[in-house]
Design a protein around this ligand. Sequence first.
Ligand SMILES: Cc1cc2nc3c(=O)[nH]c(=O)nc-3n(C[C@H](O)[C@H](O)[C@H](O)COP(=O)(O)OP(=O)(O)OC[C@H]3O[C@@H](n4cnc5c(N)ncnc54)[C@H](O)[C@@H]3O)c2cc1C
Length: 418
Amino acid sequence: MAHQFPASIRTVGIIGGGPAACTLAVLLTRAGLRVGLWHKSKPTALIVGESLVPAIIPMLRKLGVEDEVRKYSTLKPGATFNLSPEIAFSFFFENLQGLPRYAYNVPRDRFDATLLETAQKAGVKIFAASAEITKVSGTDRVELSPATLAATDGFFSTQPDLIVDATGRLRLLPNLLGIRGIEGQRKDTALFAHVDQTHLDHEGHVHTTRLDRGWSWRIPLPGRVSLGMVVPAEHLPQFGATKEERYDNLLKQDSHLQIVASQAKRVTPVMEYTNYQLVSERMVGANWALVGDTAGFIDPVFSSGLFLGMNGAFLLAEAISAGSEAALLRYESKIKHHLETWHGIVDYWYNGRLFTCFKVGQKRRDTLLVKLIFPHMNKHMGRIFGGAASNSAYSIGLLRFAMKYGLEDENPDEFKVR
Ligand SMILES: Cc1cc2nc3c(=O)[nH]c(=O)nc-3n(C[C@H](O)[C@H](O)[C@H](O)COP(=O)(O)OP(=O)(O)OC[C@H]3O[C@@H](n4cnc5c(N)ncnc54)[C@H](O)[C@@H]3O)c2cc1C
């Protein structure tokens, strides 16, 4: 990527050491900027965001990390959705057009370490500490505290031209500046741990399963399976007082998990997440920008979080290289549009319309109409869920059309997530 940087943005301070932060740091450093990154390690090796989509692979190649990621990851050739013990839909990436025909399931601690090391090798200055940021009173500007600036030992002799918040769901700058996040409607809780084994319909596939209430993911990783449950918050107390009790009891008592994970033994502590749909009202300001989950995040059902975060880092690098306020505002509007589109796509999972439409397509597969339109629809649906076309007006228009008119007389409640 050729960058021409204006004199005004020559130095950038990035806070956070996750995938979005490291991706941005590598791209800006390669383009000749002076980049410092503050990284505070996560308190646990157990990090959500382990299943990738094919559209992330070209980004891994550009960063030069795919070979290393492949060594410790599980190859992901597709995705399976178990809607009931009897009904499943499996999708194979080998049929995707214009995208790699695979993705990976990654142990996140190792994936994050690879990206951080890549940033360091590219010449990013890593500060293994939490940065302290303050608001410049009466302005929209932020700055490093005198102590944080001094601790750079002269790497930044003055304040960096731009400060980027990539602290993930902690949202350091939005909290400091009072920037609202618009949350989604569902109030679910995700409980997440690794187990030793589960049943899998297809090796390497991420398996998404409707539960009695909510849904679960099974992500095969080397030697274990990541198993998470996304459940309405009010449903949980009946399963116990602690998150461990709730996880273990749900595993035993949910009628679908009893079938697919009856032998599973938990091998890690349980992590709990709430609120996972948010779009930040603002993403850029006088001398700051937000990237990755800090800018916004979506429900994890289609494994698109890391793709959105890293793609956001590529877009922000381009905007910084363009070096104008208009470019930064364009970045903001692209990210908002992308997140809002994904919120709509995710709704089709929860309201049952997505798989009701697939069911109709399967039932009618011998009719001329379906024979004619199915390959075209299939191509665009694959590109949306693979990540490549989730911002394409045509593909999304086609999806919306299918969700509106493609259900015939089927009731989507059959596949609704309760
Ligand atoms: C339940 C759940 C399941 C998910 N499943 C998937 C999935 O299967 N696939 C997928 O692609 N995505 C998934 N996601 C989304 C994915 O986890 C995130 O989108 C992704 O991790 C965002 O990357 P990021 O770099 O923006 O932030 P993060 O990965 O959160 O990184 C932020 C980093 O900043 C550091 N930090 C925070 N504060 C400071 C500070 N003050 N100073 C210095 N460092 C700091 C943190 O320690 C952390 O390392 C899931 C999310 C949830 C909630």
